[in-house]
Design a protein around this ligand. Structure first.
Ligand code: GAR
Length: 224
């Protein structure tokens, strides 16, 4: 029996593409059973069609309220027999009805080191705030936005004179590696959740080089 994932996207779908690529090269043992978009011009739809994946467009603007929109999505997702709902640049807030229906079976990727810089502009907010380490977070979704248990994070350093666009490209490149890996861990039943904490079986800490070095941004100079 295949592990069925549905990807929800609103825009370009570069994360969707990384998931499609991981399935196609055999690194991610899952079937993408549906790509669901809330915008008819989302490029994610083209990516899905090219890969022969079923698509659905459900326009949020066609519904009176969030519950009705979410109910329509739930219907499609259940019909597709989904095991895991994967939010990949899906820019709508989900209702408690949706979260309860797929409790513990929704994940999201956010372009910041949560719990910092929640919301729709994670990278721009981090750059504007003046932090020197950005990153991305994959987490379970609960009823509070960008709040659920964290499964994995990647740190991405950047220079103070870099634009938000440059930082975003670097963060996205990491998103494309981390998200498919987390999905593979979930597909293999290696991710568990206990309250606020998620854990992945049989993984180590990030590799720390044998000289004990670690990421400090800006770079330390010789002698320090
Ligand atoms: C990604 O950077 C993702 O982390 C972000 O939207 C982008 C979608 O890119 N998601 C959020 O900001 C959610 N709050 P993509 O459409 O190319 O995958």
């Amino acid at each position: 029996m295949s592990f069925n994932i549905a990807v929800l996207a609103s825009g370009s779908g570069s994360n969707l593409q990384s998931i499609i690529d991981a399935v196609e090269r055999g690194s991610l043992e899952a079937k993408i059973c549906l790509v669901l978009c809330n915008r008819s011009n989302a490029f994610a739809l083209e990516r899905a069609k090219k890969a022969g994946i079923p698509t659905a467009i459900i326009l949020h603007s066609d519904f009176e309220n969030r519950e009705e929109f979410d109910s329509a999505m739930i219907e499609q997702l259940q019909a597709a027999n989904v095991d895991l709902v994967v939010l990949a640049g899906f820019m709508r807030i989900l209702t408690p009805l949706f979260i309860k229906t797929f409790a513990g079976r929704i994940v999201n990727i956010h372009p910041a080191l949560l719990p910092s810089f929640k919301g729709a502009h994670g990278i721009a907010d981090a750059v504007e705030y003046g932090v020197t380490l950005a990153g991305c977070t994959v987490h379970f979704v609960d009823e509070i936005m960008d709040n659920g248990a964290i499964i994995a994070q990647a740190v991405v350093p950047f220079a103070s004179d870099e634009s938000a666009d440059t930082v975003q490209k670097r963060v996205l490149a990491f998103e494309h590696r981390v998200y498919p890996q987390v999905l593979q861990w979930i597909a293999n039943g290696r991710v568990s959740q206990n309250g606020r904490k998620a854990s992945v079986q049989d993984t180590g800490l990030a590799k720390i080089p044998s000289d004990g070095s670690f990421i400090v941004s800006p770079q330390l100079e010789d002698g320090f």
